[in-house]
Design a protein around this ligand. Structure first.
Ligand SMILES: Nc1nc2c(ncn2[C@@H]2O[C@H](COP(=O)(O)OP(=O)(O)OP(=O)(O)O)[C@@H](O)[C@H]2O)c(=O)[nH]1
Ligand SMILES: [Mg+2]
Length: 535
């Protein structure tokens, strides 16, 4: 309460007691009124001071309860939730494994959506539901009648493909029921588009670049009017978006049903129906296993996807190459599967990690044996306003920048390059005065995809024109360049001098990520020790 205190301070210096005596020129009534106003102002001021001191105490108490408060930030699909899963796997492996069954429907839905997406590419709805239907947009924006049947096999497909399209029709129904079970609604989530910047769409860059901001081609839509049509997204399958509760993922609670049934406990009529639905979905997926594989391997499918410049393999939640294993009726997801499963985060989630391993024995006074609270937030633009509420009292921020996205547009605004968006976000976090004393861990993520892109011949310099064409188009050179860029942005914008802790990561590689988690763990320990004056 700086304003009130300073006002009060000034007044007490000009008068010996509080409230100061009213001016003698005032009438008795005015004097009384003035005195009452002063007393009221003091009451309010005292109440605010009390509330602030209580809040400080509560915070101190909470801080002593938890070992660290970690905030995961970064644009959508940067890998925040995947890093969170790594933390869970690293520190609470038993609890993580126990949840494996809950991920099965999500992984099945990821798979089934890829299949239905291919069917939509091969058989746009107008061919299945009559002349008045529009051409399919994305499966998310305008799914064909989910439970519809293919009554008019397309003449442009060969016999095998026509048969496959027909035999895989039940997967539409599976998508519908799984979506309903996971999201609580059969309405598919809104379109989430991340368009690849294909080289032929890239605009020649013009204008100068600053020393730390690379010039990145921005507006691809002018070159390619098809991309301005928000309704038609040719390049990717849809995703599941789930509004989670503040505490942990509430969608998992939808599936606790399976646990209950597995344990043979309460079976209401509804639960029984859902269990039957689950069994039926698994049977259908298993029965379709051979046909899904045949569809994915079919040369015409691969040609069509190539022609449409669709790379399903690069998309999150891609499981088409794991079908023999995943489609088995007795399938239980592995840790790797869980890390690769895609669920878009909507709304901040609080996760508490209790250390199951030796970490709990380490220096309890330094926070080693306490819970860590990790906040995972949605990274889409519409979600970012919710980030600031977690800035208070944060121990470390883990910022993820997916550096493979240098040739992609932001889903929310196709005129914005994803790498440019990441850099802008990073600059905003670095320059935030509230966070001036917070340790920043920078994860330049998806290094594996960056490597694959560069090896496939995509030229980094074509999209980031400040990167000289003469420089090698290799993951080593490009990642070093990006690391320098991000470090430079921090250096230029941080309100005070501090070190950042950068890492190149592949969040789906648990072994490599575990080294990074060790570093983060050490950093948190050091920070807590220095805060408690042990160091
Ligand atoms: N190949 C590869 N895939 C990754 C990597 N990191 C994350 N992914 C995948 O990318 C997808 C998106 O990752 P998420 O962790 O869901 O992204 P997010 O930042 O939480 O996204 P929002 O919740 O939308 O904000 C998931 O399917 C992950 O498996 C990586 O380093 N390499
Ligand atoms: Mg997420």
């Amino acid at each position: 309460m700086a304003a009130i205190s300073s006002r009060r301070g000034r007044q007490t210096s000009s008068a010996e007691h509080w409230p100061p005596p009213p001016s003698p020129d005032l009438s008795d009534e005015q004097k009384e009124l003035r005195l009452e106003e002063e007393r009221e102002a003091k009451r309010v001021s005292d109440a605010i001071d009390l509330a602030l001191s209580q809040e400080r105490e509560t915070r101190k108490f909470r801080r002593s309860e938890i070992g660290a408060k970690i905030l995961l930030l970064g644009q959508a699909e940067s890998g925040k939730s995947t890093i969170l899963k790594n933390f869970q796997l690293h520190f609470s492996p038993k609890a993580f494994q126990e949840q494996a069954e809950l991920w099965r429907p999500v992984i099945h839905l990821n798979l089934v959506r890829s299949v239905n997406f291919i069917l939509n590419v091969l058989l746009p709805p107008k061919e299945t539901s009559g002349p008045s239907s529009p051409r399919p947009t994305s499966p998310a924006a305008s799914p064909p009648s989910l439970s519809g049947t293919i009554s008019l096999p397309a003449r442009h497909l060969d016999d095998t493909l026509r048969r496959l399209c027909f035999s895989l029709t039940p997967l539409r129904q599976v998508e519908e029921t799984l979506t309903k079970r996971i999201t609580g609604s059969c309405i598919l989530p809104p379109i989430d588009t991340t368009v690849s910047y294909h080289s032929r769409h890239a605009r020649t860059a013009s204008g100068s670049s600053t020393s730390t901001t690379p010039f990145i081609t921005t507006d691809i839509t002018k070159e390619n009017p098809a991309l301005t049509n928000l309704q038609y997204h040719p390049a990717r399958a849809s995703e599941i978006a789930i509004r989670s509760g503040t505490h942990s993922s509430s969608w998992k609670r939808n599936f606790s049903l399976f646990d209950r049934l597995a344990g043979g406990r309460r079976q209401s009529a509804e639960n029984k129906m859902e269990a039957e639905e689950d069994v039926s979905n698994r049977r259908i997926i298993s029965a379709c296993s051979q046909d899904i594989q045949a569809l994915w391997r079919h040369p015409d499918v691969q040609t069509k996807l190539r022609e449409e410049e669709i790379s399903l393999k690069d998309q999150p939640g891609f499981f088409l190459e794991d079908v023999p294993r995943i489609a088995r009726q007795d399938y239980t997801p592995t840790s790797d599967d869980i890390l690769r499963a895609r669920v878009r985060t909507i709304g901040p989630e609080e996760h508490r990690i209790s250390m199951e391993n030796s970490m709990s024995q380490v220096a309890p006074e330094s926070g080693g044996g306490k819970e860590w609270v990790i906040y995972d937030v949605g990274g889409a633009r519409s979600q970012r306003a919710a980030w600031a509420q977690f800035f208070d009292d944060v121990t470390v921020i883990i910022f993820l920048a997916p550096i493979s996205a240098f040739n992609q547009a932001l889903a929310e605004d196709r005129s914005v390059n994803r790498l440019a968006d990441s850099m802008k976000l990073w600059r905003t976090i670095c320059s935030n005065k509230l966070l001036a004393s917070v340790d920043l861990i920078l994860l330049l993520n998806k290094i594996d995809i960056l490597d694959a892109h560069l090896k496939s011949g995509i030229q980094f310099s074509k999209y980031v024109t400040s990167y000289s064409k003469e420089k090698p188009n290799t993951v080593e050179s490009v990642s070093k360049y990006l690391l320098d860029m991000f470090s430079g942005l921090h250096h230029q914008n941080s309100p005070k001098k501090r070190k950042i802790h950068p890492h190149l990561t592949c969040a789906v590689d648990t072994k490599a990520t575990s080294t990074v988690i060790h570093h983060i763990q050490e950093l948190i320990l050091l920070k807590t020790l220095s805060e408690t004056n042990i160091l």
